[in-house]
Ligand binder design. Structure first.
Ligand SMILES: [Zn+2]
Length: 251
């Protein structure tokens, strides 16, 4: 049955227990990594996932705390003997800059397996990928650079998880998380292009999400549970602080 494993929950600055925000979806035929800031190989091995079993990498936007690990992961895949195609997805802005970064690392000298780079439309309800047990759709969100939030649909159980990536409050978050069983909402703090926990609660209410999980939150807070209390002021459903290695299974 499909699974979602949270591999990191921190904002830009990680600590010893919170890596930069990224996650893995495991389906029957697809293993999808969403964002890749640090080197995910260590965490994948810790959860018993062979790095070369990853079939797809979705990049939500071109900021270092979301995608700077992509060149190293691609190189590690080659060194681990990869032959299978890898699919890499992002908006035009994200993909263009990632290609420049890979060119700077002269990836054409070492990249021997096929990489299919897929440019996503910057439009609501853009289909990213579809497998029998997993469907992923993207929505533009409101950040400094073009960025997407993702809606993960699990047809077997009818369950839905939404992930905002980095965003200020926007109607599109309510759309992408409409009726979601779990809304993974960033809580970096109220500033341009980002959201506070209170704003995440407000968006969860607007989206009629069933549960709110705060993610991409600041490390080093004296009392991180304050964020939960803050979000709960605006949202009546359960609010949880996401932690690295949390797992969700969908029958
Ligand atoms: Zn960002």
């Amino acid at each position: 049955m499909p699974k979602l494993i949270i591999l990191g929950t921190s904002d830009s600055v990680p600590d010893e227990n919170h890596d930069n925000t990224h996650m893995l979806l495991i389906g029957k035929t697809r293993r999808v990594l969403v964002d890749c800031a640090s080197n995910p190989v260590m965490r994948l091995r810790r959860i018993g996932v062979e790095p070369n079993s990853i079939t797809d990498i979705i990049m939500t936007h071109f900021h270092p705390d979301h995608v700077s690990g992509v060149p190293l992961l691609l190189m590690n895949m080659w060194l681990l003997g990869r032959h299978d195609q890898l699919n890499l997805y992002g908006l035009e802005h994200t993909v263009r800059l990632m290609e420049q970064l890979l060119d700077a690392f002269e990836w054409e000298r070492w990249q021997e397996y096929p990489v299919d780079i897929k440019r996503l439309r910057n439009k609501n309800m853009t289909l990213v990928l579809e497998a029998p047990d997993l469907r992923i759709v993207s929505y533009p969100v409101n950040h400094f650079v073009p960025a997407i939030g993702l809606r993960f649909e699990f047809p077997g159980s009818g369950k839905v998880v939404a992930y905002t990536s980095d965003t200020a409050p926007t109607a599109n978050v309510a759309w992408l998380a409409q009726g979601a069983d779990i809304l993974l909402h960033e809580a970096s703090g109220e500033s341009e292009g980002h959201s506070s926990a209170a704003q995440a609660g407000e968006m969860a209410k607007q989206a009629k999400a069933k549960a709110l999980y705060l993610i991409h939150y600041p490390t080093g807070l004296k009392n991180p549970q304050d964020l939960v209390a803050e979000a709960s002021r605006n949202f009546d459903g359960p609010v949880v602080l996401a932690e690295d290695f949390m797992e969700f299974e969908f029958d």
